[in-house]
Design a protein around this ligand. Structure first.
Ligand code: C2G
Length: 132
């Protein structure tokens, strides 16, 4: 079974690794759509800390990831699923219910997020460290 997932994976952390490893374990291959810098500006109002080339390089280097491509639009998910012949979409449960319409194309599963870690919290922690 071919698994597909999507995300920004900015300031890559253990919550990202956990969901990728769990997604990969559900099938025989894992393809990851990495949100482009422009898509992030559109959906979050800011650019990621790490640019799309670097984020894609980090994901490509992981043993649980078989293939990486750039996700340029949220609306193109059906096309990406078809292009990559994915049988199953896996996302964190912060997206629960949001992609249910794609069940006409493939299985859709939402996995529990890793608690107490996020890119936003990492940025806040780094910002709060006193300057020397
Ligand atoms: N994640 C997780 N646990 C965390 C943080 C993130 O399981 N503590 C998961 C998210 O649920 C998501 C994946 O890691 O499935 C990537 O998270 P983000 O980089 O925050 O992705 P996001 O910006 O939500 O982009 O098309 C959908 C978007 O591209 C998703």
């Amino acid at each position: 079974m071919r698994i597909i997932t999507f995300g920004t994976f900015d300031m890559f952390h253990v919550g990202h690794l956990n969901i990728l490893e769990r997604a990969r374990a559900m099938g025989s291959s894992l393809v990851v759509g990495v949100s482009s810098d422009a898509l992030n500006l559109e959906k979050k109002g800011r650019y990621p800390i790490c640019n799309q080339q670097d984020r894609m390089r980090i994901l490509s280097a992981l043993s649980c990831v078989d293939e990486v491509f750039l996700e340029e639009s949220l609306a193109l998910k059906p096309d990406y699923i078809r292009q990559h012949q994915a049988d199953c979409l896996v996302m964190g449960d912060d997206w629960a219910g949001k992609f249910d319409e794609l069940k006409r194309l493939c299985e859709v599963h939402y996995l529990p997020r890793t608690p107490a870690i996020s890119t936003t919290e990492l940025i806040e922690v780094v910002r709060s460290v006193p300057q020397r």
